[in-house]
Design a binder for this molecule. Structure first.
Ligand SMILES: Nc1ncnc2c1ncn2[C@@H]1O[C@H](COP(=O)(O)OP(=O)(O)OP(=O)(O)O)[C@@H](O)[C@H]1O
Length: 299
């Protein structure tokens, strides 16, 4: 069955504060999504709706056509991994895996054991006695081994060192290829994780600023560098995200489709057209009060 996610005109209020403002979003089954946004943008709020932890103040969240909130059938198909407070958790690592095996319908114990070995997790140790990074690795182990049709990692890497994060990313890609499912990665490590994303959703101040396949998004950003006045003329009708000047040289980050004709024109005028990283695009797109108005892609 399909596990497409439909978020329709959803508002979430904390008191009178609107953390999400009439957000609409469609996530197709089976893809890896990167969810990015600045601190307080509303990412965790959105993810808690998908995991049925919270009910929208207004609007509907449907998964596979069924309303998500307090729906047992839907909840059993969604895993949300986030940094957990284990200071009181006296259960051992082994016990946590056994519980996951009992309660999660698609849990693969053999695969979990493989990850436990890779992450060097001590099966007989109490979870509260693990280091923060090891607790994160345990969460990721259970999150991946659950094989839920919708698996969400909300900054699940917190506390992991760089080599451990590398193992996480590698295993995630491998396992997604073998067992395709929807994976949502909410992260601030944009440069480090962008190669994982098939599609990117940027949330800004409670709104969806854009949702784009990664390759198309990368084609939309470019840096144009050359003599000051030539760059200025060339970019005059384009959305300009940032400008840098050095002597008589100017470099502008533009956003929007750069047609073949426009690229030829740049080359004829002696301008250099370069790529822009997702991290740079994200920084520039979300630097203003409302974020940049994006023709055709903003929701
Ligand atoms: N329980 C709550 N009560 C009141 N306000 C809340 C509550 N939870 C979140 N908020 C507010 O809602 C907004 C969105 O918070 P949320 O945690 O969803 O953001 P986020 O994008 O996940 O942020 P970060 O990247 O910093 O983790 C923030 O302004 C936050 O202060």
């Amino acid at each position: 069955m399909s596990y497409d996610v439909d978020v329709n005109q959803v508002t979430v209020k904390y008191g009178s504060f609107e953390a999400l403002k009439r957000v609409s979003l469609h996530l197709e089954s089976g893809k890896i999504y990167g969810l990015i946004g600045r601190n307080g943008a509303g990412k965790s709020t959105l993810l808690s709706l998908l995991a049925s932890f919270r009910e929208p103040t207004e609007g509907k969240v449907r998964i596979g056509g069924r309303e998500a909130f307090e729906n047992r059938d839907v909840m059993s198909q969604v895993t949300l991994v986030y940094e957990t407070d284990y200071s009181e958790e006296t259960e051992k690592v082994k016990g946590m895996l056994e519980a996951a095996e009992r309660y999660r319908p698609h849990f693969d114990r053999q695969y979990a054991d493989e990850l436990v070995e890779l992450f060097n997790l001590p099966l007989e140790k109490q979870v509260k006695k693990l280091s923060r990074g090891m607790q994160a690795a345990l969460n990721v182990t259970i999150g991946l081994a659950n094989r839920s049709p919708i698996t969400i990692f909300d900054e699940a890497y917190l506390g992991m060192d760089a080599p451990t994060r590398e193992i996480f990313y590698k295993k995630l890609l491998e396992d997604h290829a073998k067992h395709p499912r929807t994976i949502i990665l909410s992260t601030h490590l944009v440069s480090e994780m962008e190669y994982l994303f098939e599609e990117v959703v940027i949330i800004h101040k409670g709104n969806v600023l854009l949702q784009e396949p990664m390759d198309r998004l990368m084609e939309r950003g470019a840096s144009i560098t050359g003599p000051d006045q030539v760059v200025e003329d060339f970019c005059s009708d384009m959305t300009q995200l940032s400008t840098q000047r050095l002597g008589g040289t100017k470099s502008v980050v533009v956003y929007g489709e750069l047609t073949e004709e426009k690229r030829r024109e740049a080359s004829q005028r002696g301008l250099e057209v370069g790529p822009v990283s997702l991290q740079d695009l994200f920084i520039h797109l979300t630097s203003g009060e409302k974020g940049v108005e994006i023709d055709g892609t903003s929701k």
